[in-house]
Design a protein around this ligand. Structure first.
Ligand SMILES: Nc1ncnc2c1ncn2[C@@H]1O[C@H](COP(=O)(O)OP(=O)(O)OP(=O)(O)O)[C@@H](O)[C@H]1O
Ligand SMILES: [Mg+2]
Length: 355
């Protein structure tokens, strides 16, 4: 990737930053997180040795985007030799009887989110051993994402609590073994070892998530009030958690040429312009990438590849309003519409005569 190329208005800065290990993609529901994270992973696979994309959204739409079934184990994406995908469920699957005893339910009640945090930590631990060059997260809508990023802290707190419970309840502690998936033949010391090991992973990951050389968060949004508002909230929370963010993707933008003849589209375009202006004012130190609203969904590898063009080259309307070319095109479209309307009028008039 030539550094001389202009990266303004594109996601090239992410492709160029070869130290990145974790790329989170998040935003409000339905704005295009799965589409954008999938395309980012495709683009990264062109410049990195190996890429893993993980969906942490229980609704799992990576399978829809790539038109391929994925599971909780990394699976090679068809047509690639270095791009893998997996879908994990952030809500922990309880083994039968796990929560039936009082101690366990007490524990998870007293530390909200501990079971989710545990499964997230297990997943990160697994992924870290796999040695991918970069890992892209397609996250669930905003609220959930932020909770996910707090998991390391939640878990650290949880572990401290577990330790104090252990000293209180002694023998009962061995019942914990099931939560961590170790067999009955494991003693308390093994369990403690496992917890300690987990703590190391958590601390390590916590540090990595806060290192802007290793981690960045890409905010996806659309040019509407609620999305602007939600993006601001997201950016503030990320700042609070010390997680780097300097890319915003504004999806579903209606460009001038599309709105030429439609009153509705023109009105929406003006509405969008108002929020686009605000995005540029609020985030002038961010890399902002605008993506056009397409007439169709982005489904399947081919569609993803085709749309990926707009991630690395700023979108330019092929026709500029007010030019001779544009006026000629508008006149010919209007003539075409006039013809259709006249034909329809004739048809209706004939129908009336018959009645
Ligand atoms: N620029 C676009 N033009 C047209 N369709 C788009 C565009 N971007 C995304 N889509 C389509 O919109 C739908 C929602 O996109 P996507 O699944 O990426 O959103 P999401 O933010 O992941 O949603 P969710 O919050 O439900 O996970 C999909 O069908 C996708 O193909
Ligand atoms: Mg999605």
């Amino acid at each position: 990737m030539g550094s001389s190329e202009d990266s303004t208005g594109t996601v090239r800065n992410i492709l160029d930053q070869d130290t990145l290990k974790w790329v989170f993609v998040g935003g409000k529901g339905g704005v295009g997180k799965t589409t954008c994270s999938s395309i980012l992973s495709v683009l990264l696979s062109q410049v990195r040795s190996s890429v893993l994309i993980i969906s942490t959204d229980p609704a799992h739409n990576l399978s829809d985007a790539f038109q391929q079934r994925f599971t909780k184990a990394p699976t090679l994406v068809t047509g690639f030799n270095n791009l893998y995908a997996m879908e994990v469920d952030p809500t922990v699957e309880h083994e039968e009887g796990d929560m039936s005893d009082g101690f366990m339910s007490d524990l998870s009640n007293s530390i909200p989110g501990i079971d989710e945090a545990m499964s997230f930590a297990e997943m990160l631990k697994l992924v870290q051993t796999m040695d991918y060059s970069v890992i892209v997260f397609d996250t669930a809508p905003t609220g959930h994402t932020l909770r996910l990023l707090q998991f390391p802290t939640t878990l650290e707190k949880g572990l401290a609590k577990v330790m104090s419970l252990r000293s209180k309840f002694g023998g009962l502690f061995s019942q914990m073994t099931r939560l961590f998936g170790v067999g009955d033949d494991f003693g308390e010391d093994d369990l403690l070892g496992k917890l300690e090991g987990m703590k190391d992973v958590i601390e390590q990951v916590n540090k990595q998530f806060k290192d802007p050389d290793l981690t960045t968060f890409v905010c996806v949004c659309i040019p509407e009030f609620l999305s602007l508002y939600e993006t601001e909230r997201l950016v503030q929370e990320l700042t609070k958690f010390e997680i780097d963010t300097h890319n915003i993707i504004i999806n579903q933008v209606i460009f001038d040429e599309e709105a030429v003849e439609s009153k509705l589209l023109r009105a929406r375009m003006n509405m969008q312009q108002k929020y686009l202006d605000q995005f540029y004012v609020l985030y002038d130190d961010f890399n902002i990438t605008k993506l056009p609203l397409l007439p169709q969904e982005v489904c399947g590898v081919e569609a993803l590849q085709a749309f990926s063009h707009n991630f690395v080259t700023p979108y330019r309307a092929s026709i500029v309003r007010g030019t001779l070319e544009e006026l000629e095109q508008r006149i010919s479209t209007l003539k075409e519409q006039l013809k259709v309307a006249e034909a329809e009028k004739d048809r209706v008039a004939k129908g009336k005569q018959k009645v």
